[in-house]
Design a binder for this molecule. Sequence first.
Ligand SMILES: CC(C)(COP(=O)(O)OP(=O)(O)OC[C@H]1O[C@@H](n2cnc3c(N)ncnc32)[C@H](O)[C@@H]1OP(=O)(O)O)[C@@H](O)C(=O)NCCC(=O)NCCS
Length: 265
Amino acid sequence: MLRIRPALPADYPDFARLFPELTAHHAPPSEARWTAEMVATTLIADEGGAAVGYLYGQPLVDTAYIRHVVVAPHARGRGVGKALLDTAGEGFRARGLTRWCLNVRPDNVAALRLYASVGMAPIFESVFLKFADWADIDALPADPPGVTAGTCAPDEDARAEAELGLIPGTLADARARAARTMRVLRDGVRFVGAGVLDPDVPGITPFAVATPSLAGALLRALRPFRRPDLAHVEVRAEANPPLAAVLEAAGATVGLRTLRYEGAL
Ligand SMILES: CC(C)(COP(=O)(O)OP(=O)(O)OC[C@H]1O[C@@H](n2cnc3c(N)ncnc32)[C@H](O)[C@@H]1OP(=O)(O)O)[C@@H](O)C(=O)NCCC(=O)NCCS
């Protein structure tokens, strides 16, 4: 019998076994990260004591950001994914959240049908761009005069999110996670950039700039916090073809394209 239940720290081996089904280009998050950052907002699809799927989401201020939905290959096509989303949706609604969103590859037919079945629809396309070496970012435009890079105080997060069009709660959520570095760009009064580097991926999400010409300044502000053993870095240009074009012109290679799906809870 299928039971959707909250995850436990001891579910890590099942999480690590199922994670590769996402075909992410990086290793599963460590057990320490699972325990500290993921367990609390993960559901397990349990069939007769065996984990056959999981859903990991991040509740932000009013939006739930679904990060992973995975069903084991042998358990697909019989409602496990739908049951995970339905249960997650109930939980998020009970916390007062009103919207949910996620990123999905446009050719993932099963996932697209699943998300449409819970009322989500596509709103924009994102492109992942990879610099093979951090040194390559020096080909991006020089830092514009009057723009400064630095940190952001917790009580400024909401204003930075609003000025940069980020989902409310994005920066506060990133701040609560270990081993990430956040840097912002300001033009004096306004926030004109914000990025959060996860050095273990290595990637920068969110990566938000008011104009594409600021991409270099934001990347250069985060570069000192890279892992020296990982040469490359990836950023996601969200609904922003001009940013993708500037990064590509500087030598980044276009990787995965994803659709942002969003809907009311
Ligand atoms: C996407 C995934 C989670 C779906 O899980 P699932 O348990 O098979 O989905 P369900 O059985 O609940 O089906 C949900 C809907 O998808 C449809 N569906 C499932 N598999 C399908 C397939 N191979 N082709 C077309 N539609 C499919 C079902 O018909 C159903 O739609 P309906 O309600 O309109 O009938 C699963 O295929 C998976 O884990 N894939 C690999 C990881 C992945 O891609 N995750 C999503 C990342 S965004």
